[in-house]
Design a protein around this ligand. Structure first.
Ligand SMILES: Nc1ncnc2c1ncn2[C@@H]1O[C@H](COP(=O)(O)OP(=O)(O)O)[C@@H](O)[C@H]1O
Ligand SMILES: [Mg+2]
Length: 200
């Protein structure tokens, strides 16, 4: 059984602070198949990382099989290796040492066909707009949720595909559009994150 009471977790990103978890309460019963569903950036991974002991929440309590592994108010924090938990990670092909903007711009500035600074800026802005990440352009890529990183990867490919799309035959264009629809950020709504307690 997993019990979570009043869990809060904030992230500092320079001058900003992100409220990733704001008083989460939930209970997963023994052998229950539990699905955590939410929009990209809504806090699913942060919650799983708190349960696994990879993040230290500012407030709240976590119990695993009746044992308190986290109780922020009492200074209780059982380390990850002592929790008997298994976690499968998400990973994406984004450059960890670059901002969101620089990731999307990279193939345009260092690729075979280099573009002018203003062309790059236009291309990147338009690609980030499409995946609804314009507001995070200057954030370092590792400080994003998994779904947001997925959208950076998508924007990076889209930015270098624009010219190709413009010049392509109608048939090829409609194929690409169908593919773009299939990986629309809205589809992440259906993404399922499964919390499962590792068999001891
Ligand atoms: N290491 C981090 N530093 C700063 N902000 C972060 C970090 N990890 C996640 N966030 C932010 O916290 C929020 C929740 O992220 P996350 O739990 O990864 O979302 P989800 O898994 O639901 O897509 C997002 O706004 C994200 O940008
Ligand atoms: Mg996630």
């Amino acid at each position: 059984m997993i019990t979570i009471i009043g869990l809060k977790k904030n992230f500092k990103t320079g001058d900003d602070s992100v409220r990733a978890l704001d008083g989460v309460d939930l209970q997963v019963k023994e052998k229950e198949f539990f699905v955590l569903l939410g929009l990209s950036g809504s806090g699913k991974t942060t919650l799983l990382r708190c349960v696994a002991g990879l993040e230290k929440p500012e407030a709240g309590k976590i119990l695993l099989g009746g044992q308190v592994v986290n109780w922020a108010e009492r200074g209780v924090f059982v380390p990850a290796e002592d929790r008997g938990i298994g976690m499968v990670f998400q990973s994406y092909a984004v450059w960890p040492h670059m901002t969101v903007f620089d990731n999307v711009a990279f193939p345009l500035t260092d690729g075979r066909r280099r573009l002018s600074k203003s062309q790059v800026r236009d291309r990147v802005s338009s690609a980030l707009e499409k995946v609804k990440l314009s507001h995070l352009a200057q954030r370092p890529a590792p400080f994003l949720s998994g779904g947001q990183q997925q959208r950076v990867a998508l924007a990076t490919r889209a930015a270098s595909l624009i010219r190709l799309l413009r010049n392509a035959a109608i048939k090829a264009c409609s194929k690409q559009r169908a593919r773009s629809r299939a990986i629309d950020p809205e589809a992440t709504r259906r993404k399922r994150t499964i919390v499962s307690r590792q068999e001891r």
